[in-house]
Write a new protein. Structure first.
Length: 107
C-alpha cells in the first residue's frame, strides 16, 4: 500500500515515494522481489478528493493523482479493481493484506 501526494517527480527533484511516479513502481518492485507474480497482482485506487478549497484548477490535484495512479499501474501491467475515488471528502482506509479486503470511511 502506498500514499502519494503528487503525481509526478519534477525534473531535478530528489526521488521520493511522495510522488506517484516513484511510489507505484517501488511498491510493485518490492512485491515482485518478495515473490509476487505480476500477472496475479491487482490494485485498488482510493482517494483523490478535492479537499483544498483553493485548488480551483480545471483538473484538481486529487484528479491528477488518480489519473497518474491508474496510468502507472497500467504501464506496469497491473490490473485495477474498483476503488473509491474523487469527491470532496477525505477517506480513512483499513486494508487487510491477507485477504485484500478494504474498508473505507469518508471523513
Amino acid at each position: 500500500m502506498n500514499h502519494f501526494q503528487l503525481p509526478r517527480l519534477p525534473a531535478g527533484a530528489t526521488p521520493s515515494p511522495r510522488f506517484g511516479s516513484v511510489a507505484v513502481p517501488q511498491l510493485i518492485e518490492g512485491l515482485l522481489a518478495q515473490g509476487a507474480r505480476r500477472e496475479l497482482l491487482e490494485a485498488k485506487v482510493f482517494g483523490g478528493a478535492r479537499v483544498l478549497a483553493h485548488d480551483d484548477g480545471l483538473e484538481h490535484l486529487g484528479a491528477k493523482n488518480v489519473a497518474a495512479a491508474i496510468e502507472l499501474l497500467e504501464s506496469q501491467g497491473v490490473r485495477s479493481a474498483p476503488g473509491d475515488v474523487l469527491g470532496h471528502r477525505g477517506r480513512r482506509l483499513i486494508f487487510d493484506s491477507c485477504t485484500g479486503r478494504v474498508w473505507v470511511r469518508q471523513l
